[in-house]
Ligand binder design. Structure first.
Ligand SMILES: [Zn+2]
Length: 503
């Protein structure tokens, strides 16, 4: 334990900026496959004097005074100090798990594959049975880490309970997100039901088209990557055009991403590069990395547009804001609105017609496929939130398998999820709830843009102006504050239902 002097909030913030920069860059190098070993623990050790219980108390004490904005600033510094303390305890174990996952291999058709490559392969293998076989290998290899995953979760939970004096993980999250997770879950359950009839129809026709007539009644989740990629349409949505088309799409809104010096693009293919696209905002607005790994198929375009939304948000924040309001947020529900709204462009039939030389009819069909995907993913996440609420509400009973996970996700999607997949499918801190709030909010924002800009909002520079003003605010507002500005109640899912039943 360190016994260093306690810093003032401003000094703490300054040092935090350096610390988070180093951690982000280290995470990036491993994620993009430029570094084989994760060494987060070494960084955490170098900054050991930044995070202490004394510092935490000092920040908490300052929070008692000051106006609303000052209190919010201090709150976010305190929560970051808290997670720094947790990281200091657990970074080594995190690295251990990360490195074990990086080292794990499966043997498929006589070839050794890293787990991540296996996952990437699953999205592109054309043969149904091959996907089942590789999916099975991947699932088994991944499940071997469940004991380790669960023990890390337990340690996190204990530490956080201790640092916050709140033993209930659901209450802790609700306090941080300033919403009721159970109210959110109830609203989403109803929404899921309201789109069900349309979803089932779409699923019937698109499973037939994407997976073929020989598919099982409930295809396994090994096929999800393939479904998401809309692989049978990949002759239209080629790998080579993904970047150009997306850059053109953004330029119609008035965003020149290629020339944006704050945004660094990493589009290369490396064997250990994670197939999941992401943005790493190491030091916004100046250093924002946009990382994708194109594999072919519409998913490349959707992933690029999604991440571009995050990148533009972080790179577009007002540089005069305090660091905290450029980089740190209570959760991810705000920035996901901006990724979702950019990705939503790929569900406009007009976009498919304009960029891919399709007839209006073909464009409408392909846009329908994207609405189906969106409904599928939305229902998957709504079920995931239900499962996670149950999981964390009785965390003492959590195990290395979960029948509840398998039942809920399978029922919601019609895709077979297995009981040992729950731990690998869970992001920290109820991220699922952030995605779901963004689902609701981006639909509200889209409806607002149609009102303000028109049906061509997705290729109109006025949309860019409206978004730019929102991006400038950085990470400061909550998702619910944005709802109020758009004139909606936070949980009003009318626009979302309209979107998901529009095919
Ligand atoms: Zn995102």
């Amino acid at each position: 334990m360190s016994t260093t002097a306690v810093r003032s909030p401003a000094e703490f913030e300054q040092q935090l900026q350096r610390y988070l920069y180093e951690r982000s860059e280290e995470g990036r190098l491993v994620r993009v496959g430029e570094k084989e070993v994760s060494e987060q623990a070494a960084i955490v050790a170098r900054y050991a004097d930044l995070f202490s219980r004394e510092q935490l108390q000092a920040l908490r004490a300052e929070e008692e005074s000051g106006g609303a904005e000052q209190r919010e600033w201090l709150y976010r510094l305190r929560k970051t100090c808290e997670s720094g303390l947790v990281a200091a305890e657990l970074a080594e174990k995190e690295d251990e798990l990360e490195n074990a996952l990086l080292a794990a291999r499966v043997t498929f058709k006589g070839e050794e594959l890293p787990l991540r490559s296996a996952l990437a392969q699953l999205a592109v293998l054309p043969d149904y049975n091959d996907r089942d076989e590789l999916g099975d290998l991947h699932r088994r290899a991944s499940a071997e880490f469940n004991e380790q995953r669960l023990s890390l979760l337990r340690e996190y939970d204990e530490l956080e309970a201790d640092l916050t004096d709140e033993p209930d993980p659901v209450a802790r999250t609700e306090d941080e997100k300033q919403i009721s997770l159970r109210d959110l879950e109830a609203v989403l359950r109803t929404t899921s039901e309201q789109i069900e009839a349309t979803f089932l129809e779409l699923r019937e026709s698109w499973f037939e088209r994407l997976l073929g007539p020989e598919r099982e009644p409930q295809p396994s989740s090994a096929h999800m990557g393939y479904i998401r990629r809309l692989s049978p349409l990949d002759g239209t949505y080629t790998k080579d055009r993904a970047t150009d088309v997306c850059l053109q799409t953004l330029s119609a809104l008035g965003f020149d991403v290629a020339a944006d010096r704050n945004i660094r693009l990493d589009l290369d293919d490396r064997p250990q590069k994670s197939p999941r696209a992401c943005v790493i905002a190491s030091d916004p607005p100046k250093v924002v990395h946009l990382i994708t790994r194109a594999q072919g198929g519409l998913h490349d375009y959707q992933a690029f547009m999604h991440e571009a939304g995050h990148a533009l948000h972080y790179a577009g924040c007002d540089p005069t804001l305090p660091y905290t309001f450029r980089r740190i947020s209570r959760d991810h529900a705000l920035t996901e609105i901006y990724s979702y709204i950019c990705e939503a462009i790929t569900r406009e039939a007009g976009w498919h017609a304009q960029h891919f030389g399709l007839s209006d009819e073909a464009a409408a069909t392909n846009a329908e496929a994207t609405v189906f995907l969106e409904a599928l993913l939305f229902r998957r996440y709504a079920a995931k939130l239900q499962f996670e609420l149950g999981f964390w509400s009785s965390f003492e009973n959590a195990g290395t398998t979960s029948d509840d996970y398998a039942e809920k996700l399978t029922a919601a999607t019609g895709v077979r999820y297995l009981r040992e997949g729950h731990l690998a499918d869970m992001d920290a801190g109820f991220y699922s709830a952030d995605y779901l709030r963004a689902w609701i909010r981006h639909a509200q924002l889209r409806a607002h843009l149609i009102d303000e800009v028109g049906d061509d909002w997705w290729r109109n520079a006025k949309t860019g102006e409206i978004l730019r003003a929102l991006f400038a605010e950085g990470t400061k507002p909550s998702s619910e504050e944005i709802a109020a500005r758009l004139g909606y109640e936070p949980f009003d899912t009318t626009p979302l239902i309209a979107e998901l039943t529009s095919a």
